[in-house]
Design a protein around this ligand. Sequence first.
Ligand code: ATP
Length: 847
Amino acid sequence: MGVCGGKAAKNNASRELRFNGGIQYSLLEANDLEPQPSVNSDSLDIVQFAAPIFVAAEGEDFKVELMRLGSLSGRVSCYFQTEASSGKAGSRYVHTEGEVIFEDGQLQQSIDIEILDSPTWAATLEFKILLSSPMGCTLGKYLKVCRVKVLDGDSFPTSAYAEVAALGSGALETVSGPPLFVEFCKLMLRIPGNTWRFGLTLLFDQLKNAYVWFMLVSSVYMVNVIFGDQDPERLFIPGDAEGTAQVLGLMYIVLPLILHIWKEAKTKMDITGRCSFFLQTSMMRKYMNYSSESRAEVTQPEVQKLVDKSAVQLGESLNDVSSLLETLGKLIMLNSFAISSDPGMLWAVVTMPVVMGLWVLLREFWLRKPEEDDAYVKEVSTLVGEISEFYPLIAGYFQRPTMNERFAARVTKLQEVQEPRGIYDMRSEFFFDWLGPFFSGFYICFYSSQVLGGQLSLGTFLATISVFKEVSSNFASGFGCIKSIIAKFNPLLEVTVFLNRTTDVADLRDLVKRRVAETADQRKKLMQLPVPSPGTVRTDMIPIRLEDVHFKLPSNKNLLQGVNVSVEQGKLVALVGLAGSGKTKLIQMLASGVSPTSGKVLIPSHLRCLLVSHRVYLMHASPLQNLFFGDPLAVAQPEERHRMMWILDKLQMSRTRELAESEIEILQEPLLEEDDEVDEGCCYGANKVRAAEPPHARWTPPEGSVRAKRVASALHGWQESLSFQEKAKLHIARAVVMNPEILILEKPLMNFDDREADLVVTVLKEYVSNRGVAVSAATRDQRRPRTCFYSAERVEMGVAMPDVLWKFENATILPEYPQAQLVQDPKKGRKAKPLSSPKSAQSGESP
Ligand SMILES: Nc1ncnc2c1ncn2[C@@H]1O[C@H](COP(=O)(O)OP(=O)(O)OP(=O)(O)O)[C@@H](O)[C@H]1O
């Protein structure tokens, strides 16, 4: 147990006190992780992917690069295989597996994966490639898995809109609703499994029409034959009117039963749910890959509305179409019934739709269409969002009454717009209710004489009156379907704009390709150099460089101009400079969130970069889920939990530690059968111990499971029990737990007093010097160097001082090496370093 080899491992083991079958962690001493001499100079080579994420375009020849680190002597190999995530084998890519071999001296290798070209639009879908079964080598701890994003080149909903989509949101907003709706339905039908479901629905929906036909025919039959002439030739059971009536009665029961079974099957097929699911998941995927420009154009309430409401509304589209077709089928059936039973009814068959058409036209003149309420609904929901987000500010500045008034004014305005809409809807629909009585009354007035005179049978007369009623209600439901389809045009347009906004996936693709190629190039060059000291991996000697970086602001001012600076991996770099000198911009460039106007930021492709924002974020999740957010399954490993506890101790986060211990204690309780039941109502008995399950299941209880609820209720309100500084430390601890090779922190010390800031820098210092915090010093050389960049208002010159200062002055960056200065001038001691640097600051490569 424990991660440390040698002395450190023994220390760990002695600190574990077992209780409840689990581990209790005690406070660690300050010198626990003093660097130890390396014992792994002749360790095995490492094989891993050349980057954590690759991006492939549809239909392209795609290669995933792998790298071998170490001595490169001898032949090594491992096994690889693709694994589906949101992208599935057979639709996005071809499942591939096999052996990948590095011959003696071979640095780089690649795997070909076939990416399928599909004409159907999809959000950026992903799959994974896993390495396993190493032979003569070990696999990289993190990069034995890589993710592949597949860049979809199609426009939403289909390629019919490719040209308009390329012109941007403005052009898309002018697109006409009906053709867009048709293309959208085509896309919905292409969702796997939807075509046959929809076909079956169309077919079986006509059963309902057949049933209406049966009801009409049978009522005519009952009046004219069973209770009328009792013609033996027309009775089902010749000579037995009663028996025939019983057969008919049975059919009255059996047919609705069949319809009921169909209704049940249709509900289970759930085309609407499948379409909504596709839209909602696609929207979230798309949004999470948005470029910063796209993100800036969409507000949070808009995203929420599109995902919660519009996606669900649009999910009903195929249902509307099938209902419309069912109504159309019924109309045809009713009219043909009317004509077949009395050819003289042709006038009614023609007149009814004509009257309807005239009414629709007249309505356009007579009724003024009221204003749409969308903009007002949006205003109300935006204000709701603002009030919830800024409530402390509103309350603190005594502005609750003002906000209440603003809210009331917006709701009043919305009501003013919605009221005429209700009246409009009522007035435009009343005519359908009148159509049936009008035609029935007319028919009774003019056709009853024919029944009395014996020219028209009573059965046909009564059935025709039913037909008028049915046709009128059918027009109403047909109109309802059309209205429902028309009501979808606006949300569809919004969703189309949303789903055609630009993502940063194409940029990421270029970046990854460039970095992988540059890294391979650099590695080849380094191979020409003499063998470095034992334990040193040449790839780790590739520096992180800014090459002729320029950054222009929109005002055309040069924020950075021709910056050439580099730092070797494994250093703690503090970015210092006056307010507005460009520190944050550089932080964003290092984290690949912003591209320089020109020039390059060169970071070896295999180094995982993590940006820690200045804003403190705690997720609405448990303490452990927060701490292991970067690698959720790691919580299942005892050594990772131990390391996390150790990090909390180093940062002196005693309250978080208590919370994490409580959560571990709950999760360590024996598993009962009901623990993974999501529905609390179902219980299998209290004391049954669970059967075998995946090793991480205990530590990652599914959302809504009994254990997840137990943790949530035991730790309810845990965030409020943390001081602000502890919350800020948790924000940093989460990054240290994830253990990326490059940690980029935006003003991490701004939330701390001097003592706490010192603690944080000490941990960051250990992170770079020991290549990770609370990990074995003995295995340091087997890990990749850790490099940390952080922006700072001030820099303390003491034990925990940065290795390098990048000073921002006059649109450039001047590197300084405080350790070297300290050696030259030991009297400087622990003094805050002023921000303005002497003009004679050093420049060039780090020593
Ligand atoms: N999108 C933008 N449009 C206009 N100006 C911008 C934009 N982004 C940054 N700037 C300007 O660029 C300058 C540098 O910003 P940056 O945030 O990098 O500074 P900083 O060194 O981190 O400052 P501070 O320490 O005050 O946070 C600032 O003057 C800022 O106003």
